[in-house]
Design a protein around this ligand. Structure first.
Ligand code: PLP
Length: 360
């Protein structure tokens, strides 16, 4: 976190100009800086990632069924439900834990209108295969890129893929505005449409043109985002050091493997997921309890699968139709170890010691 004193000038400026929200000067400046930082053509910065997903779905006028995965945070499917859509869960690939393109076509029905794929842990989906399938079946593609801030593949920002990509700027994400989110858009027209939906569906004359919601980011959050952005490179460098240390410590581990980005993709080191082998002498639940005893809080991202959670588990017709064995295994065996800028290397080693002692 930036030093407290650096927040104050931003608050004073807001106090001076008395613009608290509704696309104020800090919000506009944040959008400009993020466009440059991320290398994307247009971005609409909104109140949180969940409403950003909803605004994206509304902008593309998605209806009926949407193909997604159960190995993600609840917000992915909840956004679909709030838009009156039916999530259809298909399995993930064993390495990237992102949607398995091989499984998509079997889940397409006459009611399918889109694919909402998640770049899980910032590891990118197989965007080329997804595009090919979506084009062939005339489906829209929305990427839940909540974990993907700043990630690039060999063609540039991964946020360029799909019809729209959605980010989260929640406090737990690599870049945050305390609460916040964004929709990355390919054109100014689409950005304007997203902004209109985020402002109650009203046009610049205040006339309602469609169903909207309130997804506006306030000026305090936008200002704090600008401040966080100044510290981002520093924060990424310290995440990278932690990532490197864990990988070195686990390079000869027999009971676990470290997950990693696809091919030449960059990482933003937002998570450090380890996968316990089937023969590992301890379960992920027991390992997380052992870590707790040492004062360490690892997270079982993502357990349980969304298809096992309400309200989805009771919709047997959609959630159990396509088995998701790979996601089920990942959900049982993945544990995300602590990784954040304030974590020092000594503690990283202490965490690695516990993991190695318990799994070898
Ligand atoms: C954090 C997250 C979201 C939701 O973002 P909020 O800003 O918390 O609403 C959506 N999808 C995934 C995969 C997330 O991790």
């Amino acid at each position: 976190m930036p030093p407290l004193g650096e927040y104050l000038p931003y608050l004073e400026a807001i106090w001076e100009n008395r613009i608290l929200t509704n696309r104020g000067p800090y919000l506009r400046q944040l959008e400009e800086e993020l466009k440059l930082y991320l290398g994307v053509p247009h971005i609409s910065v909104l109140a949180n990632g969940t409403v950003a997903l909803m605004a994206a779905l509304a902008t593309l006028d998605i209806a009926g069924e949407v193909i997604t995965t159960p190995f993600t945070f609840a917000a992915t499917a909840h956004a679909l439900k709030w838009c009156g859509l039916t999530p259809v869960f298909v399995d993930v690939e064993p390495d990237s834990l992102t949607i398995d393109p091989e499984k998509i076509e079997a889940a397409i029905t006459p009611r399918t209108s889109a694919i909402m794929a998640v770049h899980c842990y910032g590891y990118t989906c197989d965007t080329a295969r997804i595009k090919e399938i979506a084009d062939r079946h005339e489906l829209k593609v929305i990427y839940d890129a909540a974990h993907c801030f700043g990630v690039r593949d060999n063609g540039g920002s991964v946020l360029r893929h799909g019809d729209l990509s959605v980010l989260s700027f929640h406090a737990t994400k690599v870049f945050n505005t305390f609460e916040g989110g964004a929709v990355v858009c390919p054109s100014a027209e689409i950005k304007d449409h997203v902004d209109r939906i985020a402002n109650f569906g009203l046009n610049s004359d205040g006339v309602g043109t469609e169903l909207g919601l309130n997804a506006k980011l306030n000026e305090v959050s936008a200002a704090f985002g600008l401040l966080q952005l100044k510290y981002l490179d520093q924060s990424l460098a310290s995440r990278e050091r932690i990532d490197r240390e864990y990988r070195e410590r686990f390079s000869n581990a027999v009971g676990i493997r470290c997950l990693q980005p696809r091919g030449y993709d960059t990482s933003n080191y937002s998570y450090f997921p380890i996968m316990l082998h089937e023969q590992c002498k301890i379960s992920s639940v027991e390992l997380s309890l052992e870590l707790n005893r040492a004062g360490v809080y690892a997270r079982r991202y993502f357990y349980p699968l969304l298809s096992e959670m309400e309200p989805y588990r009771s919709q047997a017709e959609v959630s159990t139709m396509h088995g998701t064995p790979v996601a089920a295994v990942a959900s049982e065996r993945v544990l995300c170890l602590p990784i954040y800028p304030g974590l020092d290397i000594e503690n990283v080693n202490a965490i690695a010691d516990v993991v190695i002692r318990c799994t070898q």
